[in-house]
Design a protein around this ligand. Sequence first.
Ligand SMILES: [Zn+2]
Length: 303
Amino acid sequence: MKRRTAIIAASFMLATSAAGMLAWTSTQPARSPTSAPRALIPAGAQLLQTAHYRVHSTAAPTQTQEVASAAESLHAAYMSLFADQVAPSTTPLTLVLYRDADEFARNNRSRPWAEAYYLRPACYAYYGVGSANPHHWMLHEAVHQLNTEVAGWRLPAWANEGVAGYLGASWLENGVLTPGKSDPDTYPIWWLSRMKLTGSLEADVGAVRFIRLRDLLESSGPDINQHVNLYYLHYWGLTHFLFHYENGRYAAAYKQLLARGASTSDFERLIGPIETIEKAWYAYLLDAITTMQAYEAENGIER
Ligand SMILES: [Zn+2]
């Protein structure tokens, strides 16, 4: 395994595969008013209980412990980040960890290409043997779970996937997840260097390399099924921008926006005019791409 390191730039911080995907809301069945949804626990699963999680796992005990510890690190980072917006909960959260991709696929109740998913009340993922970051799929889904079950938020895709992508791709070291310091061995960061923005916003919109901010906020852009990774890069990039642009000038407003449901009208009121923010965000993405390309060149990484 290659050594994994963090790299840090002025705004975009990157900490160091294959393609992957995550799924969320579109596969959730309607909630029954009379019965709470129940997790599907695989036969033979062992239960590991931690401070905030019940982890049902068919993976090796050390792998289960690693993923559970990562989830606890995420939980701490999430509650710290949203300390003013989200009240702590004592209700344990359920994770299901499969031993490998095959077992996950046999039990998959999401889209066929999903690597992990959240289906109330549980997150389902597998341990990524040989993967540089074996827990990031689970962390991404665990953010959706926190957004829904602890924060009680109902967010549009850009915000829900944005926060999940942002925290799920954050650097985890010595039990501490550092939001915004990105791990290059996570989805969608590993696609970033191939996001071929030219510097001409209008040309990139025309060529479907850049999704207009208003279209992203209102899910009115190009067909996501044709541009899945492009969307996830935009979701991640917009949330990273809102937390870190100019030393976090929008971070407090972004948290308020999330807590209010992340509507476009609140975005304009709390963050700023769409066209102005779009230009700054576009430039921010260009910088992030440059940072990632430089990192990969220095480390001999070819995507
Ligand atoms: Zn997601």
